[in-house]
Write a protein that binds this ligand. Structure first.
Ligand code: FAD
Length: 214
């Protein structure tokens, strides 16, 4: 799995602060450091619309179609995904869940099935079947690439839902990588303030924040 930040709003924290200062007619109180107090306080109070003024786009590569099906459910985001209708998926790469990888018998069977599916996909293409129809035999494990653009308010929500215990391991890992990058870019927004105020499992996130994010 690879995650690459391809765009972020210039002065991403500053844009959110400007939005908030307009609300309170307090632009004269902006200083080099004023966002350090203002942004966390807005996150805690629930004045969240101001975090829609900045956004970030990531190129996400090497996740399974299982995980991509989960991430595209977030309707506030914009997506572009590698097409299995138009791209030849011969010799497709795929994700192996750790639970299968660690079980030699299960892993051998899994790798064999992937090999067979690839052979049969190529055989269908050779028989003149269009890629858009041959793809019906491709597995949920097949890797995909997508670009996801999301405003900061929605990134906080997606992290909240997907860096949680009930989320599946693959999408959780994806959102941990994205959270880490967003924290690097906008630490006054993507530290624990929002999650401490609004998450059902802030303690779980705090551990991940301490070990993987900061
Ligand atoms: C652990 C887990 C298990 C899941 N299991 C399943 C499952 O079994 N089956 C399944 O189908 N899905 C499942 N989902 C997906 C889940 O139901 C949501 O579709 C997905 O997480 C997107 O989140 P969201 O609804 O908050 O949408 P987002 O697009 O991220 O929207 C953000 C917020 O905007 C608001 N919003 C967006 N659209 C509307 C709207 N039309 N009306 C009102 N408010 C809106 C809501 O407040 C929403 O929370 C699961 C998700 C998780 C995290």
């Amino acid at each position: 799995m690879n995650v690459e930040l391809i765009y972020i709003s210039p002065d991403a924290e500053g844009s959110c602060e400007i939005g908030a200062r307009v609300c309170y007619d307090s632009n004269d109180k902006t200083t080099d450091t004023s966002r350090e107090r203002m942004l966390p306080s807005l996150l805690r109070s629930g004045h969240l619309s101001i975090f829609e003024h900045s956004s970030a786009s990531f190129k996400i590569d090497g996740i399974s179609r299982t995980a991509s099906h989960q991430i595209v459910r977030h309707r506030m985001s914009s997506f572009s995904q590698r097409s299995q209708r138009y791209v030849n998926e011969g010799d497709f790469t795929f994700v192996t869940p750790p639970s299968i990888e660690q079980n030699p018998e299960a892993n051998a069977s899994y790798q064999e099935i992937m090999k067979t599916l690839n052979e049969q996909y190529l055989a269908l293409i050779k028989l003149g079947i269009k890629k858009e129809d041959a793809r019906f035999i491709l597995p949920n494990a097949a890797s995909t690439t997508l670009v996801m653009t999301t405003n900061f308010r929605e990134w906080l929500h997606v992290i909240d839902m997907r860096v949680s215990k009930p989320a599946q391991w693959e999408i959780r890992e994806l959102l941990i990588l994205i959270w880490k990058e967003l924290y690097k870019q906008a630490p006054n927004i993507f530290s624990m303030h929002y999650f401490n105020a609004w998450s059902k499992d802030a303690e779980y996130k705090q551990n991940i924040f301490d070990e993987r994010i900061k």
